[in-house]
Design a protein. Structure first.
Length: 210
């Protein structure tokens, strides 16, 4: 599951006012080669959407996960509905432990080198550097110099313009939200444009990886 989660190098984050058209949006992302879609729990109807997309008739070629998971109860709820990975904006060792015990990859958020290392030692599959825009790729490069074993996924402010720089700095993948999945694109069902944007991101990651 870890390989499937990070293989494309792009985790698409869905944080929208409603869950309308998310099956179409996920299919458009998968068509571009995006391997993971994170439905945040701040999106109304998130649990139902996760259950629908993660079902046996879900979108092929794409794993569905849950974001903004803040406690064990939320982790239990999303995993019960089929979430294949769990993402948090902060590090909660109990959430990490619950996910690990249920064999579900967990990406807790962290900001400092100490937080990144503590999350990794607690059993995180990868660690979300958040908010990444505050720090920049140079920060990640410096952190990974003494801690090269960390798998770090920057989130917050990641876009096509800086994706390659993050990957060259050592990011295992990038987490991209509003720079990729916008309310207007989903509302208008502009799937070719969404696929085009997603393909550009996937290609940027592939070109920047060693």
């Amino acid at each position: 599951m870890t390989d499937a989660l990070l293989a494309s190098g792009v985790i698409a984050v869905v944080r929208l006012p409603d869950a309308t058209n998310l099956r179409g949006a996920t299919a458009a992302l998968a068509a571009a080669g995006v391997g993971a879609v994170e439905i945040t729990l701040t999106t109304p109807g998130a649990l139902e959407t996760i259950a629908e997309l993660a079902s046996g008739e879900g979108v092929k070629g794409c794993v569905i996960g849950a974001g903004t998971v803040l406690d064990v109860k939320a982790a239990r709820d999303v995993i019960a509905r089929g979430a294949r990975f769990v993402v948090s904006p902060a590090f909660d060792r109990f959430v990490v432990r619950y996910c690990r015990d249920h064999h579900v990859p967990c990406l807790p958020g962290a900001f400092t080198p100490t937080e990144l290392l503590e999350a990794w030692r607690a059993g995180a599959t990868a660690v979300k550097l958040f908010p990444a825009s505050t720090l920049g790729p140079a920060y990640l490069r410096e952190v990974l110099a003494p801690l090269p074993f960390l798998q770090v996924v920057p989130s917050g402010g990641v876009s096509l313009d800086n994706t390659a720089e993050w990957i060259r700095a050592g990011a295992a993948a990038v987490s991209v939200g509003s720079a990729l999945v916008t309310g207007a694109l989903v509302r208008e069902a502009a799937w070719p444009e969404l696929t085009r944007r997603a393909r550009a991101l996937v290609d940027a990651v592939a070109a920047a990886r060693p």
